[in-house]
Design a protein around this ligand. Structure first.
Ligand code: GLA
Length: 384
């Protein structure tokens, strides 16, 4: 992401003046998938890819927004009736509305933005877009009155209320709280968090993007969430203290087996196991035991594929390739139903693995795999 690139387009597109420039990153998640909206733990980190936006108040009530990458321009007012059609602009509109809902006096502004976080790859390009505007509007119109957690919730609500995905808090949290060289262990029930240094000597993290896109990914995601809530409702009849699946044991789940569907049972089993895996991985990381970390990643993949049914043929294939090559850990990352696998690979195996994956993937699916190296980086900030 290059500030000169964004700035030159901002100058060209608007009145020749400059504004303030902000960035917010995408994220990876080492482990803990579909646990956030179940009150469980996650272990994400911000990455060195994200979205950069230049923003300048324009003295009107209109937002004038230019997407540099899509070469698309949208104008909207700040009232509820003005929601734009273009999906990228709905994220910005949603953030404006939610900031106003938090008492920030958002006024009209000009903005241009660009990004290098791949879209639809499970790296949270949408959270990066929400976070960059939440951060910017808080700075420009809110005297930074909202804290980072409030900004993360603004992004999450924008996604719920204007973009149709009932997401958890992980992505926005990581984009705002990220810290270079650290993963964040977040307890999504209490919102307590700790930074965990992550610099595994002798290993690299690599993402393999299957470029598979599930058309109904957001409705499948929302379905899984409903499935988890149905199980919680059944368990609560016997155990009123249970708030989330995170509070359930496998014994509790078995008690209600006859009251829920077999799909819901499997989905809940995955979540209960995944919550524990995050804790196991945190222990292993503290001991520098990357073999255990990697094993748990494979377990997550199998759970997501067979129990949660959030994988797809491309991702299962890439997971098998990793295993056959002797890669330490590999799994579907993010919401699933397409996107990337995250791989924890020994340095010396990196070249062979990536070469092999590219070759067999192209043979099997007739298209090219995309490969991304990521570094764990800082969260949202002003950069000009
Ligand atoms: C998406 C959502 C997150 C989280 C993950 C799955 O990225 O936005 O809140 O639920 O899927 O772990």
């Amino acid at each position: 992401m290059d500030i000169e690139h964004v700035r030159s387009r901002f100058i060209k597109h608007f009145d020749g003046t400059t504004g303030a420039v902000y960035v917010a990153p995408g994220r990876i998640n080492l482990i803990g998938e579909h646990t956030d909206y179940n009150g469980g733990y996650v272990l994400p980190g911000a990455i060195d890819k994200g979205i950069m936006a230049e923003v300048k108040p324009n003295g009107t009530d209109m937002v004038r927004a230019y997407s540099i990458d899509m070469k698309d321009y949208v104008e909207f007012g700040l009232g509820e009736a003005d929601a734009p059609r273009a999906s990228w602009a709905r994220y910005i509109f949603g953030v404006c509305r939610e900031m106003i809902g938090c008492g920030v006096e958002v006024k009209g502004f000009n903005t241009a933005f660009a990004g290098d976080v791949p879209l639809g790859a499970g790296l949270s390009s949408s959270a990066a877009l929400e976070s960059v505007y939440a951060y910017a509007l808080n700075d420009l119109f809110g005297e930074n009155r909202l804290d980072k957690l409030q900004l993360a919730r603004v992004g999450q609500r924008a996604e719920h209320n204007y973009c149709g995905v009932q997401c958890g808090i992980m992505d926005q949290f990581a984009s705002l709280f990220g810290q270079k060289g650290n993963l964040v262990r977040l307890d999504c029930k209490t919102m307590d968090y700790q930074y965990m240094p992550f610099q595994p000597q002798g290993f690299r993290l690599v993402l393999l993007d299957s470029t598979a896109k599930h058309e109904l990914a957001s409705s499948a995601y929302n379905d899984r969430r409903r499935s988890c809530e149905a199980v919680v409702a059944a368990v609560q009849k016997r155990h009123p203290a249970v708030e989330y699946l995170r509070d359930c044991s496998m014994d509790m789940l078995d008690e209600v087996k006859a009251d829920i569907t077999s799909d819901d049972y499997r989905h809940a089993q995955y979540v209960i196991e995944e919550v524990q895996r995050v804790l196991d991985v945190c222990d292993a990381l503290q001991k520098g035991d990357y073999e255990t970390v990697g094993q748990k990643m494979y377990d997550t993949h199998h759970g997501m594929s067979r129990l949660y049914e959030a994988s797809c043929p491309e991702l299962d294939f890439l997971n098998d390739v990793a295993f056959d090559c002797g890669v330490t850990g590999s799994r579907t990352m993010g919401g699933g139903f397409g996107g990337c696998t995250l791989n924890l690979v020994k340095e010396e195996l990196y070249g062979t693995f990536v070469g092999q994956a590219r070759e067999v993937f192209a043979q099997r699916f007739g298209r090219q795999l995309k490969v991304y190296d990521v570094a764990i980086s800082d969260g949202a900030r002003r950069v000009d």
